[in-house]
Ligand binder design. Structure first.
Ligand code: ADP
Length: 602
């Protein structure tokens, strides 16, 4: 039972059906009672009206006999009339309640109690007997012996002038009522009619209630329960995460609007989820990118740490090796000078050459691993080039290489450490000659160029050698990167070159076309050009977005197509706080934003 109640309490359909059934039953029951009562009342009223006409007829029938005081005739008339169907008895009472004539002769002479149905009409309130009886108190019904109701109809016999003037038995005119005629009529037919009518009403009521219940349940099922059930099902699937579920509205009433709202809500949820998924995805991508960048930085740090350790070790080893090597070199040169035989001279020459190579490697290693001490001074580029090129002339004359030197006129002096820059320049020339073993053209140039709004003085070394593949070009500045045979290259030349030039506040640019040759340029910032008042102390701060090779970040050309910012100061002959950073989004760069604002005139 409890289970059933719980089942009903969870089912809207069951609740609605029970409520509507109860409503129909109560409403139908009330209507049924009202109909039965009204039917019964109308049938009884009809019987009363019949009884009244009948009583009037009797009264008229016995009037003459009463006036003539012919009791036998009255008695005979009453007996005759009582044989009519449904008339059970007719009695005539005198004013004191004694039966004077009756269709049942045995009753004659008996008196009736004043509480008898025939008397209550006038004697309900004996202090005020009614003058003329109203019809509603003229009759009463009572259950009869045969199971049918019986109607008692009383009709007062009033005193009339013809009565008090009659010779036979004069009644005084003050006597208002002479007697009462009581008819006892069987209501068997009326009762049958009432039962039949009740039965018909019940059948009609039940059919109507049944039809109403059926119609209501069909309407409820079609327009309420079915859409609500499918809506509940769809909501359950939504709750499980399936936002594709939709319900087709079957009407445009409140339920239809509810269904439409549900569909709209699911649609919005789907869009929000897609947006959220997209956000999550982009966030994941962003996190992955940042993680990757972090990993790269970490790797670089580790690499830098390793390089630093390696540098320290290299410096120590180089320091330890340099003294014995100098001694070996010195003695070898002496031996070469004093060697008697050709063979001895040749061997001593080899020792001198190899010691020279070892000394160069040691010098490179020391330059790379130690913080260089700069001795900056203003230097004219044409003079510098003249001196540097002349150092290479003996080597150049031994190779089938033609040399072209081109120096722009009027170049301003550049602040530089001559020895350091010479080393950087020598590295470029050595690489260029190595790239042209079968000869070619070596072009050396100097000039000035504006890169990203900064004017630079450049030194350029171009060869017509084998060139560098694109993938290798990215790596040539990495320390220890070399493609040369073991013993011919340390892989430190270009990284030392870049280190030196960057410490001068400049940058190195490498361009190459495989099979045609390479161009290496050293850029030195041109000091004080736009700050005449501060020729020896200047600062630069530039940023840009790499769109093509010519606008690449000067300090970090390998940044590629990203936004970059470079800042630094060059004061009292020292480069300080060189700073370069790359951004994947220019909007993140404060400096870029400020420059953009300036350009837009905000
Ligand atoms: P190393 O000369 O000891 O190998 P570098 O750092 O000077 O070290 O050069 C690194 C590499 O860059 C070289 O091994 C070579 O592959 C390449 N390279 C440098 N300059 C040139 C050039 N002018 N032409 C072709 N390749 C070059």
């Amino acid at each position: 039972m409890k289970k059933r109640l719980a089942l009903i309490s969870r089912s809207l359909a069951a609740k609605l059906i029970i409520a509507i059934t109860l409503l129909i039953l109560v409403g139908g029951g009330i209507s049924w009672c009202a109909l039965i009562r009204a039917g019964r009342k109308s049938l009884v009223n009809e019987a009363v009206r019949d009884a009244a006409s009948y009583s009037e007829l009797i009264k008229k029938g016995i009037r003459f006999s009463m006036l003539t005081n012919n009791r036998e005739a009255i008695q005979q008339t009453l007996e005759d009339l009582s044989s009519v169907k449904d008339i059970r008895s007719i009695r005539l009472f005198d004013g004191r309640g004694r039966i004077r004539s009756s269709s049942r002769p045995a009753d004659i002479g008996t008196a009736v109690d004043r509480s008898a149905p025939a008397c209550t009409g006038c004697h309900a309130d004996p202090a005020h007997p009614s003058g003329t009886l109203a019809q509603q108190v003229q009759w009463t019904t009572a259950p009869g012996a045969q199971g049918y109701n019986v109607l008692f109809f009383v009709d007062p016999v009033y005193n009339q002038p013809s009565c008090w003037g009659a010779a036979c038995h004069v009644h005084p005119p003050s006597q208002r009522v002479l007697g009462v005629l009581e008819s006892e009529i069987s209501l068997a037919a009326v009762d049958r009619a009432i039962r039949k009518q009740a039965l018909q009403t019940t059948v009609y009521a039940l059919s109507l209630m049944g039809a109403a219940a059926l119609l209501l349940s069909v309407v409820l099922r079609k327009f309420v329960l079915r859409p609500v059930t499918s809506l509940a099902g769809a909501m359950a699937t939504v709750a499980q995460g399936n936002l594709e579920s939709r319900v087709t509205p079957s009407s445009d009433d409140e339920i239809g609007r509810l269904v439409n709202t549900f569909n709209d809500m699911t649609g919005e949820l789907r869009v929000a989820r897609e947006r959220m998924e997209a956000w999550t995805e982009s966030l994941e991508r962003e996190v992955a990118k940042k993680t990757e960048a972090l990993k790269r930085s970490q790797d670089k740090l580790v690499q830098a740490e390793k390089l630093a350790a390696l540098g320290r070790m290299t410096a120590d080893v180089a320091h330890e090796i340099r003294n014995p090597l100098t001694a070996i070199g010195g003695f070898a040169r002496r031996l070469a000078k004093g060697a008697a035989g050709e063979k001895e001279q040749k061997h001593a020459g080899i020792i001198v050459y190899e010691v020279g190579r070892l000394e160069k490697v040691l010098r490179d290693a020391l330059t790379f691993s130690r913080n260089a001490r700069f001795n900056l001074e203003e230097q004219r580029i044409d003079e510098f080039l003249q001196e540097a090129v002349s150092l290479h002339e003996p080597v150049l004359s031994e190779q089938p290489v033609s040399l072209e030197v081109e120096v722009e006129k009027g170049l301003p002096p550049v602040l530089m450490d001559k020895d350091q820059v010479r080393q950087a320049f020598t590295n470029l020339v050595t690489n260029a000659l190595d790239a042209m073993p079968r000869g070619g053209t070596l072009k050396i140039a100097a000039g000035s160029e504006v890169v990203n709004g900064v004017r630079y003085v450049f030194l350029r070394v171009a060869d017509s050698g084998q060139g560098i593949d694109e993938d290798k070009l990215k790596m040539v500045f990495e320390p220890f990167f070399t493609t040369k045979e073991i013993g011919h290259g340390s892989g430190l030349g270009l990284s030392i070159t870049r280190k030196i030039i960057e410490e001068h506040g400049g940058f190195v640019r490498a361009e190459s076309v495989p099979g045609q040759g390479s161009i290496f340029s050293l850029y030195f910032p041109q000091p004080g050009e736009d700050r005449p008042g501060e020729p020896k102390c200047w600062e630069y701060m530039k940023c840009g977005r790499d769109r093509d090779a010519s606008t690449k970040c000067p300090a970090y050309p390998h940044f590629g197509r990203v936004c970059w910012v470079v800042a630094g100061t060059f004061c009292e002959g020292k480069v300080q706080g060189t700073f370069a950073q790359k951004y994947e989004d220019c909007g993140k760069c404060d400096f870029y934003r400020s420059v953009k604002k300036l350009r837009e005139g905000k």
